[in-house]
Design a protein around this ligand. Structure first.
Ligand code: KG4
Ligand code: ZN
Length: 356
C-alpha cells in the first residue's frame, strides 16, 4: 500500500511517500522559519498561506523522487490535529480533494502520534510497550504506548511546553526564533569554555510526586535574571545583554529544563517498569538532553531511542507512516469531509483494536 503523507500543522510543509512493504520511498520538506523569524514566532495566517503555495509542488517533487505518479497512490494520510487551525485546513483540503479526484481513502493523523511513531521508520524500531517523551513547541508529555493507538498519558505540562519555554526564554535574551537551537548553541559554548557561573534555575514540580511538568515559572525566573544582569551591567533596562551573560543564562536555563525532564523520565521508568523510552519532537534534537538521558539509561540499564535526525522535527514521513499503520488496520474514510481538530488530547485517540 502506497500512502502519501501530508503535514501542515505548523510552520513546516512535509510530504512523503511510504509503502508498507518497501518503507519510506521519498520525502520533501519546506521550513517557513525564515518567513516567521522577523516576527519572533509563527504567524498563523502567513503559515496557512505559505502551505497553500508549497503542498502541490512538494507532492510533485516527492512523486518524482520516488519514480511514482499520482495514480500509484493508494491512500492519503494528513495531519488533522492538533495544530494551527488554518494551517491544518490547508493540508486537509488538499488531501481530501486529491483523494476524491484519485478515488482513494484518507486518514486524518494525530500530529503527536506521528512524532511518537517516527522512530519506527528506523532500521531497529522499538517494540510495544514503550514509553514516549514528546517534547515539542506545543507539547510536553510522558506517555505509555501499549499498542498502536493505545496511549496512556502518564504526565504532561500543566502550562508551557518545553519548546515554548526555550523559545520564550530566548526571546527575553533577544535571540532569534526558534529559540531552542539558539539557547542550546550558547549553552554548548559555555560548556566548551568552561564558563563559571553560580546561576541556578529552579527544577519545577520535581519536589512532589507525579509526572506532570510546569515550565511557566522558568519564564519569570528568566525575566528576573535577564533584568538583574542588565542592571548589574549598569545599563538601561532595554539595552542588550553581554555575550557572557547570554551564555550563562542559556547554560543555567538548559540545565534546569533538561534536569527536570531527567527526573521525570527516571520516575516514569521506575513507575511503569517499561524499559524503553522513545524521545521525539523538536526539543529531542537538544544535545545536552540526549547526553543526560543517555547517562540515565546506562545507569538504569534501559534504552533510549530517537527518530533519525530528519524526523525529529515536523515532517511528512511520520504522518505517512502513522497513517499507513492505521489504514492497514482497517481505519479509513471515504467521506472527503474537510474537518480538522486543532485541540485533540492524545489519550482520546481511537485505538486500532477498537476499530477492528
Ligand atoms: O516538533 P517541532 O518541530 O514543532 C512542533 O512544535 O510541533 O518542535 C519545535 C520546537 C521549538 O520550540 C524549538 O525551539 C524546539 O523545538 N527545538 C529545540 C532544539 N531544536 C528545536 N529546543 C531545544 N534544543 C534544541 N536543539
Ligand atoms: Zn511537531
Amino acid at each position: 500500500m502506497l500512502v502519501l503523507g501530508i503535514e501542515t500543522s505548523c510552520d513546516e510543509t512535509g510530504i512523503a511517500l511510504y509503502d508498507n512493504e518497501h518503507g519510506l520511498l521519498a520525502d520533501a520538506l519546506y521550513s517557513q522559519i525564515d518567513m516567521h523569524v522577523d516576527y519572533g514566532g509563527v504567524v498563523p495566517e502567513l503559515a496557512s498561506r505559505d502551505h497553500v503555495h508549497r503542498v502541490l509542488p512538494l507532492i510533485t517533487e516527492t512523486l518524482e523522487k520516488a519514480g511514482k505518479t499520482k495514480s500509484d497512490i493508494d491512500a492519503i494520510a494528513y495531519t488533522s490535529g492538533p495544530g494551527l487551525v488554518g494551517a491544518l485546513m490547508v493540508g486537509a483540503a488538499i488531501a481530501e480533494s486529491l483523494a476524491l479526484a484519485l478515488d482513494v481513502p484518507t486518514i486524518g493523523v494525530h500530529h503527536m502520534e506521528g512524532h511518537l511513531l517516527a522512530p519506527m521508520l528506523d532500521a531497529e524500531p522499538p517494540a510495544y510497550p514503550f514509553l514516549g517523551l514528546l517534547v515539542s513547541g506545543g507539547h510536553t508529555q510522558l506517555i505509555a504506548a501499549k499498542a498502536l493507538g493505545d496511549y496512556e498519558i502518564l504526565g504532561e505540562s500543566i502550562d508551557d511546553a518545553a519548546g515554548e519555554a526555550f523559545d520564550k526564554a530566548a526571546k527575553m535574551m533577544g535571540l532569534p526564533y526558534p529559540g531552542g537551537p539558539q539557547i542550546s548553541k550558547l549553552a554548548e559554548q559555555a560548556r566548551a569554555e568552561n564558563l563559571k557561573s553560580d546561576l541556578r534555575f529552579p527544577r519545577p514540580m520535581t519536589d512532589r510526586p507525579g509526572l506532570d511538568f510546569s515550565f511557566s515559572g522558568l519564564k519569570t525566573f528568566t525575566l528576573n535574571t535577564v533584568d538583574r544582569f542588565k542592571a548589574e551591567g549598569g545599563s538601561e533596562r532595554d539595552s542588550g545583554l553581554t555575550d557572557e551573560a547570554k551564555k550563562a543564562i542559556s547554560l543555567a536555563f538548559e540545565e534546569a529544563v533538561v534536569d527536570t525532564i531527567r527526573i521525570k523520565c527516571r520516575r516514569a521508568f521506575e513507575q511503569s517498569g517499561i524499559d524503553t523510552l522513545v524521545v521525539a519532537g523538536g526539543v529531542s534534537a537538544n544535545k545536552h538532553l540526549r547526553k543526560v538521558l543517555g547517562d540515565l539509561s546506562s545507569s538504569m540499564k534501559t534504552k533510549v531511542l530517537y527518530p533519525g535526525p530528519a524526523f525529529c522535527t515536523d515532517n511528512g514521513a511520520m504522518i505517512a507512516y502513522a497513517g499507513c499503520q492505521r489504514l492497514m488496520a482497517g481505519q479509513q474514510s471515504r467521506e472527503h469531509k474537510i474537518s480538522v481538530t486543532p485541540r485533540w488530547p492524545m489519550d482520546t485517540l481511537e485505538s486500532v483494536s477498537e476499530s477492528a
